[in-house]
Structures are given as structure tokens and as C-alpha cells.
Design a protein around this ligand. Structure first.
Ligand code: PEP
Ligand code: MG
Length: 324
């Protein structure tokens, strides 16, 4: 089985009837790139940059960040690397002092934190723009909740770009720009957000948490954390449809993309790419290559008609076992 996985992982993520889904990797550390390449990752769909900022006495400066991002981009080029801007709250950065938030998951985090600490944000944006000349870099903003916020973040990004231009610093002016769709508000207004960006990436870890009101870190309610809850499935489908309606690509980068029972459903929705932990890539590619798009569409239809999570789980299991 292991041998067959290591063979399959370097083949494309393509169904038996020729539908292609790009399979990218989520990483947190530069050192994980080897594992991405070994496991057949076709690029990096989510580079979580938080580790560059944590467990150290001060923030990285522009030079250090530019070097890290450039090295990463050069190493995976011509494949792409999607750099997510900082998704930290002040609760995670010891030298910033404690914010005393009762619920940091809904507090001053991600773009909210960055927009209220513009010097930190500027440094990171400059580094990403500069690293854009070393390879195939995209930029992605986390926790976007609406159009106004997105426009403010974009406007700051354009301002930073303009500063680099005036200073004569080399940077890539054409970096694709995307957002994570991971808050129910963004799902609801996905059609207008799609007009403003080049791609979406659906963060199902947070989307499930906020959609179902289940703290993703709380053991007491983990039995209620259900990726196949009808509300979650319908939310994801509506985001994918809104993206395609606007002519942009959409990826799924939460844990659902590494779940063998969820991937066929995401494929039925015609997701363009998925991004997952490198070690899970071979097993997921194997599933993609065993099924047909027809199977996935049929499954999706059944799951959408089923009103229970248990019912959906049975349907997916039946399909997967029929194919293997
Ligand atoms: C997500 O929310 O699904 C996601 C990919 O981001 P993170 O797990 O880093 O919040
Ligand atoms: Mg998230």
C-alpha cells in the first residue's frame, strides 16, 4: 500500500474521467518544503507565516522576512507559494502584552490586528512584494468579513506598493491577491468579495467553528464539530459557485481538504484546488484518481438532499468502498 502511495503521489490529481484538481500543501515552516516535494505537492497553497513571529524576543525585520519568503519562492518555483499575511492575535505574542480578551478567536486577530498595527503589516507586505521577484508568489488575507474591510486592506496594500515604487526598490507589481473565506459573513457576501480579488481559499477550520458556533479548540464540544453538517456543505458550495460566477479560482485549505470523506464532495462542487498537510497528499491523490466526476456530482447531490450528518457520512463511505 505504501509503495502504491509513493507512486501515485507524483501523478496529477485527476479523476478517472479527466477532471483535474490541483493538490497543494499547507506548511508552517520553511523546512517542510522537502516533505511537500517528496509527497507530490504541486505548490504551496497556504504558507502560515505566524511561526516567523512567535517564540522570539522581537518581530522579524523586512530584510529577514524578504530572505525567508524569497528562499521559499525560489525553492518551489515555478510552482506557486501562497503567502498568508499574519494571522496572529496579540494573545500569541508574549512581548506585546496580554490583550485580556475573553475570546481571542473573535478578537483582535488576523487583518484586524494588522490594520491596527500598520508598521508590522507594512513590513510584511513589503517583504512579500519583494519576494515576488524570486518566484511565483501569491498573497492572501485571512479573516476577511466584508467588502468595506477588504477595500481598506487592499488600499493599504496599494499604498505600500506605491512606497516601494517611489523608493525604487525592486518588487513584483503583479502578485495575485486573494482572501481566505472562513467567516460566515464572507460566505454571505462572497459574490461582491469575488469582484475584488483574484482567488478565494476556503478555510474550513475556522468556517466550521464560526458557522456552527463550536470553538475548534474546545474538547467538550468537539463531537459537534461536523464538516459535513448541511450548513457547512451549503456554505462551501455557495462560495465555490460565487467564485466561479465571477470567473475566479477557488481552493479549500482547511482540514476538510485532507479528509478522504470530504474531498469527493468538494470535487463534486468543482473546487479548483485543495491544499493540505504534506503527509496527507498521497492518500488524497489516490482517492481523487479512483473516483469519477460523475460519482462526485452524484454524491454531492445526495449529500445536499440529506438532512443529517450521519446520512452524509454513510453516502460517502458507500461511494468510497464501492470504488476501492
Ligand atoms: C482555516 O481556518 O481553515 C485555515 C486553513 O487556517 P488556520 O487553520 O490557520 O486558521
Ligand atoms: Mg483560519
Amino acid at each position: 500500500y505504501q509503495r502504491s502511495l509513493s507512486r501515485v503521489c507524483h501523478l496529477p490529481g485527476e479523476t478517472r474521467d479527466g477532471y483535474r484538481v490541483n493538490v497543494h500543501a499547507n506548511i508552517e515552516l520553511f523546512e517542510e518544503v522537502t516533505s511537500v516535494l517528496d509527497n507530490g505537492g504541486e505548490g504551496i497553497g497556504l504558507y502560515r507565516t505566524e511561526y516567523n513571529y512567535m517564540n522570539r524576543p522581537s518581530f522579524p525585520d523586512e530584510k529577514e522576512l524578504t530572505e525567508i519568503y524569497s528562499d521559499l519562492a525560489a525553492l518551489v518555483a515555478p510552482s506557486k507559494v501562497v503567502i498568508r499575511t499574519l494571522d496572529l492575535g496579540a494573545d500569541k505574542i508574549s512581548f506585546f502584552g496580554s490583550l485580556e480578551e475573553a475570546n481571542p478567536a473573535m478578537g483582535l486577530r488576523a487583518v484586524r490586528f494588522c490594520m491596527s498595527h500598520k508598521e508590522i503589516f507594512r513590513t510584511q507586505l513589503r517583504a512579500i512584494l519583494r519576494a515576488g521577484i524570486a518566484g511565483n508568489v501569491s498573497i492572501m488575507f485571512p479573516m476577511i468579513t466584508g467588502l468595506q474591510e477588504l477595500k481598506e486592506v487592499k488600499s493599504f496594500y496599494f499604498q505600500v506598493k506605491e512606497e516601494l515604487r517611489k523608493e525604487g526598490v525592486a518588487y513584483n507589481p503583479d502578485i495575485p491577491l486573494g482572501i481566505m473565506v472562513e467567516v460566515p459573513a464572507a460566505v454571505t457576501v462572497a459574490d461582491s468579495l469575488a469582484e475584488e480579488v483574484d482567488f478565494f481559499s476556503i478555510g474550513t477550520n475556522d468556517l466550521i467553528q464560526y458557522c456552527l458556533g463550536i470553538d475548534r479548540t474546545n474538547k467538550h464540544v468537539d463531537y459537534l464539530y461536523q464538516p459535513l453538517h448541511p450548513a457547512v456543505v451549503k456554505s462551501i458550495k455557495s462560495v465555490i459557485d460565487a467564485a466561479h460566477q465571477a470567473g475566479i479560482e477557488v481552493s479549500v485549505c482547511g482540514e476538510m481538504a485532507a479528509d478522504p470523506f470530504c474531498v469527493p464532495i468538494l470535487m463534486g462542487m468543482q473546487v479548483d484546488s485543495i491544499s493540505l498537510t504534506p503527509q496527507a497528499i498521497p492518500g488524497i491523490k489516490r482517492i481523487i484518481r479512483q473516483v469519477t466526476m460523475e460519482d462526485c456530482k452524484y454524491l454531492l447531490k445526495e449529500v445536499l438532499e440529506s438532512d443529517s450528518v450521519a446520512g452524509s457520512n454513510v453516502l460517502v463511505r458507500e461511494m468510497i468502498f464501492r470504488r476501492f
